[in-house]
Design a binder for this molecule. Structure first.
Ligand code: SAM
Length: 241
């Protein structure tokens, strides 16, 4: 059944008028008709079965029928990624949704060479990817922040898996061994890498856990996918509960 990420509260008997884009998607792309069923979720109220109601020529609304799953959330995992070129950044956001990141934070670094970023489009990409995965939330995409600022306000209780390609860090699984789950973040640098000053600043953070993702230099999107998978395998929901 088609799954839709919505922002409205979800309660029994409620009707939700869908935004134009989602109405078009259901009626004209997926060719659903009035009476057809979909699943809706919003990251707060669980997953609900809903009946589609056609509204005029183009519009659509959902009539909520019953909750099908209670709300659960995956690990409290942030992906902090330096801005990279648009297509690669969109891939990173999509994969972050598939691999269970709860939030994607965009960082402006010294060697950031990215054009303007459309956080709204990235949020739509995150929601669409979340719809495919079966998860009951969609990653929040936080608009770009300067790396310095982001590090200055770093929460004391959130360890930072610093993906450092400079070769001085232990392999990721070794570095994560013996660590506990709970809130974590993963940091991925720009195509040009972090500057020496940024590297020293990150390594100076008490919460920083430098890791190597292997002997080869990976593109930022490959590094993000690899790091998310390794973290989930070591401390997340890829490990047997
Ligand atoms: N500065 C690098 C260079 O050109 O030599 C490339 C940076 S790489 C394209 C982008 C980011 O991916 C890096 O800043 C790092 O966070 C991560 N990364 C890539 N390969 C890695 C590796 N083997 N170990 C750890 N992190 C890696």
């Amino acid at each position: 059944m088609i799954r839709l990420y919505v922002t409205d509260d979800l309660t029994a008997g409620q009707a939700i008028v869908l935004p134009e884009g989602q109405a078009h998607y259901l009626r004209h792309v997926m060719r659903l008709a009035g009476g057809d069923q979909v699943l809706a979720f919003n990251g707060r109220d669980g997953e609900w079965r809903a009946r589609l109601e056609a509204v005029g020529k183009r519009g659509a609304a959902l009539a909520l029928e019953a909750r099908t799953r209670a709300q659960t959330l995956g690990p409290d995992l942030d992906l902090v990624v330096a801005l990279v070129k648009r297509a690669r950044l969109e891939t990173i956001v999509e994969k972050a949704a598939e691999l269970g990141a709860r939030r994607v934070r965009l960082a402006i670094t010294e060697r950031t060479n990215a054009e303007r970023t459309n956080a709204q489009r990235l949020s739509a990409i995150a929601a669409e990817a979340a719809e495919q995965t079966g998860r009951l939330d969609a990653p929040q995409v936080v608009p770009p922040e300067k790396l310095d600022r982001l590090l200055a306000d770093w929460p004391a209780d959130r360890p930072l898996m610093f993906c450092d390609e400079a070769g001085e860090a232990p392999p990721a699984l070794e570095a994560l061994a013996g660590q506990s789950g709970g809130p974590w973040a993963i940091l991925i640098g720009p195509e040009g890498g972090f500057s020496p000053a940024e590297r020293a600043r990150i390594r100076g953070l008490p919460q920083a856990v430098p890791v190597s993702l292997g002997p080869r230099i990976l593109r930022a999107d490959t590094a993000a996918i690899s790091a998310l998978t390794l973290w989930q395998a070591a401390l997340g929901d890829l490990k047997r509960a």
